[in-house]
Design a protein around this ligand. Structure first.
Ligand SMILES: [Zn+2]
Length: 314
């Protein structure tokens, strides 16, 4: 496969199919801890749950999932560096392995991708803002800078700055990411409501602010199922003129609780709200016709969902 120079150029030529969600799938397979016995999950404050040490504890499990996504048609593999900032790993007992985990995650994704897919390094919210408030900014900045240095030196093709509930924290991450020379895809996750970030900025304001801070592609990921996420994507598309990315979760939410990590089913009863993959085929067709360029899945999407999305694109 011949790859164009960057993910941004590739999006100018046509849609790009991403991959699915890693941590939820690897938790189901027994390689990631959900943390249910350690804390009240779904609070957003977090301690040790859903951390990505699988990259060093069971690398073959991670490699297998990458291979499944690639075979299903993913044109991008996300290195499993979500929640791999030192502070979050420390809470899970893996802080001293921060370098190893980030490097291993990128290497495993890169080995699997070969020349068939791009490799993205992801950074995500630190959970410090939920715990300590805006005074966490300086600490968060240091954590982002460290992880970005690791990702850049491990050799990712581009960055995904993702799953931010607060715009202020996303902008700090983005400012750090801009110091690299890598293209940046930035996505917010809307929780507890779909109309604004948890620090009170509208969807359109978020999209515009991410672009103003230097994101090349903006969008939303996680928390909502495709139908609910489409509304968010439309608001973003109408607000900015950079490529738009959508990576929904595969769980049914409700009008009262439109985010799956606050549903009572999270994390141990998610099977009871699992969506059929067909909804992702429909999502891709609608999203595509409405101008969404980068399309993938998040939590709850395994390779079957990526295949369903590929069918929607073809
Ligand atoms: Zn997710």
């Amino acid at each position: 496969m011949t790859r164009s120079p960057s993910i941004v150029d590739q999006l100018r030529e046509g849609p790009v199919l991403g991959d699915g969600g890693y941590l939820i799938e690897l938790e189901r397979r027994g390689y990631v801890a959900s943390g249910t016995d350690q804390e009240q999950v779904g609070t957003g404050r977090g301690s040790g749950q859903f951390t990505p040490e699988v990259a060093i504890t069971n690398p073959e499990a991670l490699r297998s999932l990458h291979q499944e996504f690639l075979k299903a048609g993913s044109q991008v593999l996300q290195a499993l560096t979500f929640f791999a900032a030192r502070e979050k790993l420390t809470r899970a007992g893996y802080g001293r392995e921060t370098e190893r985990i980030n490097e291993a995650a990128v290497r495993i994704a890169r080995d699997t991708a070969g020349d068939q897919a791009r490799v993205a390094g992801t950074i995500s919210r630190t959970q410090l803002f939920e715990r300590d408030g805006p005074t966490a900014a300086a600490h968060a900045r240091d954590l982002f800078a460290e992880q970005l240095r690791l990702l850049e030196s491990a050799g990712v093709d581009f960055l995904i700055v993702e799953t931010f509930f607060r715009l202020d924290e996303a902008l700090i991450a983005l400012k750090c990411a801009r110091r690299t020379s890598l293209p940046i895809l930035a996505t917010m996750s809307f929780r507890p409501v779909t109309t604004q970030s948890s620090d009170g900025k509208s969807v359109a304001e978020c999209a515009q602010a991410l672009v103003d801070e230097g994101a090349h592609i903006v969008g939303t990921n996680c928390e909502q199922e495709p139908r609910r996420m489409l509304e968010v994507l439309r608001r973003m598309r109408d607000a900015v003129d950079v490529p738009i990315a959508g990576q929904p979760a595969a769980f049914r939410t409700s009008d009262e609780c439109p985010c799956f990590t606050r549903m009572p089913e999270f994390p141990d009863d998610l099977e009871s709200i699992q969506l059929p993959r067909r909804e992702f085929t429909r999502f891709v067709r609608t999203a595509r016709s409405e101008g969404v360029g980068y399309i993938g899945g998040c939590c709850g999407c395994n390779a079957a969902y990526v295949r369903a999305m590929r069918n929607g694109l073809s």
